[in-house]
Design a protein around this ligand. Structure first.
Ligand code: ADP
Length: 373
């Protein structure tokens, strides 16, 4: 929009008419004071400013405007008598473009200048937008790079821990074997095996991430009995975490079409997290049912819970709740993989949680979707 500032009403009217005829949006002010008020309220591309006005003159208005952040990009065309001294204008106003036209105004020249300033304004706006997008892109990449570095350091640490344990147990095994102490050999073998399984599942998760990234995660979908799957998972989880009671509520009562091992992976992930993030508690609920051909599985714990702003991110890749990441080991990829698996079965994952009270992770998926998603 253009603001014309002139104390002579006839000038205002005629300038406005010409500019509007050329499709420019125009506002007017009949004094310097009124102009300042308007500039504070609105954004103008250009101000056409009469130099000689009673009260505040055009130069004073320009100088005052130079302090407004709102008018940083605004250009000014001064209208003045031919003999006006111009050299001190620049000192007052240096941010937007400046130009002048002597009175009586040659409308063609004025229009040319207005069009030029509009073009510059447009180009500036586009440049600013481009710069903003570029800066955002740089920030995004920096953040991704930072996350990746952090992930590599966590992953190496997580892989090293079970590996060091296995090395230790193998050394102990050697001694026990030499002594012929079969009982201790069995104990150490069992422990080494547990650590190897941990290592195996960490590496499997890492491989899953790269498969998801490259679009190479394949599914072997068949009909399977989801109730049997859930019962088996609960039994195995209970064996390795005997202190936890896992209470099953409901039944699917039908087969589900999907990749059984991948669905098992999701349920195991929910249960493992429920146990991991609920120290000092001993019960977990698993609810399962089917309504309108939709399988619903939810795992509820009474553990540390999460804050509302954290819930938005739990299914993001590499996300771990900052405050608790030191206390609990993890890579921050299990839930991301789970959500990808469920999405590829045409379903969705979700979470309800209250800080300090516990969380409930669930998924919904069609029981009979035959096609690839
Ligand atoms: P990991 O547990 O390896 O860090 P996940 O992707 O499984 O990775 O989980 C991401 C984050 O979500 C966890 O780091 C944790 O902060 C939070 N989280 C997941 N499950 C729970 C839960 N049951 N209770 C509280 N926080 C959880």
């Amino acid at each position: 929009m253009i603001l014309i500032v002139d104390d002579t009403p006839e000038n205002l009217i005629s300038l406005k008419k010409v500019l509007e005829k050329h499709n420019f949006e125009v506002d007017t002010a009949s004094s310097g004071e009124e102009a300042l008020k308007k500039v504070l309220k609105n954004s103008y591309v250009l101000i056409i400013l009469d130099v000689q006005m009673p009260g505040m003159d055009g130069f004073e208005v320009a100088e005052a405007i130079s302090g407004y952040s709102k008018a940083k990009e605004t250009a000014i065309i001064f209208l003045s008598a031919a003999n006006t001294e111009f050299k001190f204008i620049a000192k007052g106003y240096s941010s937007g473009g400046l130009d002048y036209i002597t009175k009586p105004v040659d409308m063609n020249i004025l229009l040319l200048k207005v069009q030029t300033f509009y073009r510059i304004y447009d180009q500036n706006r586009k440049l600013n937008e481009m710069q903003k997008t570029l800066l955002e892109e740089i920030e995004f990449r920096k953040e991704a790079e930072r996350k990746k570095d952090e992930f590599i350091s966590i992953a190496s640490h997580e892989l090293k821990t079970p590996l060091t344990s296995v090395k230790g147990y193998v050394q102990l095994l050697e001694r026990s074997v030499n002594k012929g102490d079969t009982e201790t050999v069995k104990k150490h073998l069992g422990k080494a095996q547990m650590q190897l399984e941990k290592l195996n599942s960490l590496i499997a998760d890492l491989l899953d991430i790269s498969k998801i990234e490259s679009g190479k995660m394949k599914f072997n979908k068949q009909d399977f009995c989801v109730d049997t799957l859930v019962d088996n998972v609960i039994e195995v989880m209970h064996q390795s975490n005997p202190e936890f009671k896992i209470v099953k509520k409901g039944n699917a009562g039908c087969t589900v079409h999907g990749d059984e091992m991948r669905i098992e992976q999701v349920i195991v992930n929910f249960l493992t997290n429920a146990i991991k993030y609920s120290p000092g508690t001993n019960e977990i609920q698993l609810t399962i049912n089917v309504k309108d051909n939709q399988l619903y599985v939810a795992v509820k714990d009474y553990g540390i819970g999460m804050l509302p702003e954290q819930l938005h991110h739990v299914f993001d890749k590499f996300y771990r709740v900052e405050e608790t990441s030191q206390r609990f080991q993890g890579l921050g990829i299990g839930l991301y993989i789970s959500s990808e698996i469920i999405k590829r079965h045409g379903g969705q994952v979700g979470v309800n949680s209250a800080y300090g009270e516990g969380s409930e992770f669930y998924f919904l998926m069609p029981t009979n979707l035959q096609t690839e998603v």
